[in-house]
Design a protein around this ligand. Structure first.
Ligand code: HEC
Ligand code: HEC
Length: 447
């Protein structure tokens, strides 16, 4: 990817005649220094790192679900199989299995399915809120049942309900309103296995390679399964979680209304028929959320279109991607923590299948203000209102709509919306010739 530099994040040297300070220097020296200070080196301490397995290998089947899937080799809990994990992920819920009272979808795979279970899709969820007099974001209080009850404490507004009385609507007072697309979860076990220090080192070297323009923000977020512990957030458009188990526990409640040991109470009792928590351990001692986390942790990373990736246009396009500085945020290569590293506040140990693996997510998993921020705050600080996580570009070729709100229908439109921290990269993009732009798109279409 970046042959001139061992750090895997270095774009090499590029000259832009229209700019004053023109040379982008390799940040590896700085990264190493930081790594030494932080006690963790992203790459050099792990010379034996190997490529993470890639593949769309979790086909969605109605008959014998999961039977044709292969995982990345992750060890299963005693008695469990990867097919069983996928069945849980695909299981369609109804009233009797704890769905609702308010929800967005009936199965994880309803929104995470393209082109296989665990991928992304065109589903969007709705969020809302407002700012108080001091400018602080406030979650909505949503009246339901003709004002007889309310739902509060969260920015998500669920689109569906089991009974009409529980249906949520955006109150007129909630002037901040946003749509957010379902995200790809394939390969997320490797993302979870990235050491906090690696993400902090990426953030620390960005100002230096961008003359201060780019400064990704890492936020510490609670690990639900380790009360009192935090981790650098990396999942969700707002980096709202650092642990997959935390995310799926949250999703089971917020997207499907199924209460579980991490989110044990429904947001309303109107229309509720099943006792909390609705997700109970099975005969193996595993709850649904354990199967979901195991399924996601076992997925391979999204594979590239190998033929297109080798084409001269895609190769030239990747060089342009690096020359424009896209890769400062859309980081091309990251190495996961060694197997045996204890993460998630002590609740999870990086397994052999996920440790010391090189991935190509084309993201730094940090928050940036590129002037597309949706105004929502989920974790402090307040400046996250105007920021979003760098969209990982792996699997881009199976997404026909772009950006958090899916409002960009061509790559050119998506790039045109990059301002703020990404302003220089977008300006450089506009200066490309039509042929060069086409090369860049060919590269992006190969991801
Ligand atoms: C109604 C659609 C919908 C359903 C059902 C749904 N999700 Fe999601 N999922 C989303 C959306 C939208 C996001 C982005 C949310 C955000 O950032 O606010 C997301 C994000 C995620 C992420 C973060 C991915 C990343 O790389 O950041 C994970 C993991 C995830 N979902 C797992 C699940 C699991 C497991 C289930 C089933 C319990 C589930 N989801 C059910 C829509 C859905
Ligand atoms: C300062 C960091 C930064 C830089 C530099 C940057 N991006 Fe992005 N990119 C982002 C963020 C943040 C998003 C998500 C924004 C949103 O959804 O509103 C994004 C989203 C995208 C998307 C949409 C992906 C999807 O799945 O919807 C594409 C395509 C993209 N960027 C390409 C590029 C290209 C090409 C360049 C270089 C010209 C570039 N980006 C430079 C931060 C950056």
């Amino acid at each position: 990817m970046a042959p001139s530099c061992l750090c895997g994040m270095c774009p090499g040297q590029t000259h832009f005649p229209e700019e004053d300070t023109m040379t982008r220097t390799c940040p590896s020296a700085r990264v190493l220094l930081l790594a030494v200070i932080a006690g963790a080196c992203p790459v050099l301490a792990q010379p034996s790192a190997t490529e993470a397995p890639a593949g769309f290998d979790t086909p969605t089947l109605v008959a014998h679900p999961g039977s044709q899937s292969t995982s990345n080799g992750i060890a299963e809990p005693a008695g469990d199989t990867y097919a069983l994990d996928q069945q849980a992920y695909e299981q369609v819920h109804d009233v009797s299995s704890g769905l609702g009272p308010v929800y967005n979808g009936r199965a994880c795979a309803e929104c995470h399915q393209n082109p296989v279970s665990g991928g992304a899709s065109q589903f969007t969820e709705l969020r809302a809120g407002h700012r108080d007099a001091s400018g602080t974001f406030v979650n909505p209080t949503v009246p339901i049942d003709d004002g007889a009850a309310t739902i509060s404490g969260r920015s998500i507004i669920d689109d569906r309900a089991l009974v009409p009385e529980a249906q949520e609507h955006v109150p007129a007072t909630e002037t901040i309103r946003a749509f957010r697309a379902a995200l790809n979860t394939l390969g997320d076990g490797f993302v979870e296995a990235i050491d906090d220090q690696t993400l902090l080192a990426i953030a620390a070297q960005q100002p230096g390679v961008s003359q201060g323009r780019i400064h990704g923000e890492a936020i510490a977020v609670p690990v639900l399964e380790s009360p009192g512990q935090t981790r650098v957030g990396r999942f969700g458009w707002k980096d709202q979680h650092g642990s997959l188990l935390s995310f799926v526990g949250d999703a089971y409640l917020n997207e499907m209304g199924v209460t579980n040991r991490l989110r044990p109470k429904d947001v309303t009792i109107i229309g509720k028929t099943t006792p909390d928590p609705e997700d109970l351990p099975d005969a193996l001692g595993l709850a649904d959320i354990d199967h979901f986390a195991e399924f996601v942790r076992g997925t391979k990373v999204p594979p590239r279109d190998a033929a297109l990736a080798e084409s001269p246009d895609a190769v030239a396009g990747q060089a342009l991607f690096e020359a424009l500085g896209c890769d400062t945020c859309h980081v091309e290569s990251i190495t996961t923590a060694p197997a045996g590293t204890v993460i998630n506040g002590g609740a999870f140990t990086v397994p052999d299948a996920l440790g010391n693996k090189i991935i190509h997510p084309f993201s730094d998993f940090l928050l940036h203000d590129i002037r597309t921020g949706d105004g929502i705050v989920q974790n402090p600080p307040q400046d996250t209102a105007d920021k979003l996580r760098t969209a990982p570009l792996w699997g881009l070729r199976v997404r026909p709509r772009f950006m958090h709100d899916l409002q960009s229908l061509t790559l050119e439109d998506a790039i045109a919306r990059h301002r703020g921290e990404a302003d220089r990269a977008a300006r450089r993009f506009r200066a490309l010739s039509p042929a060069e732009k086409q090369q860049l798109f060919t590269f992006l279409d190969s991801l």
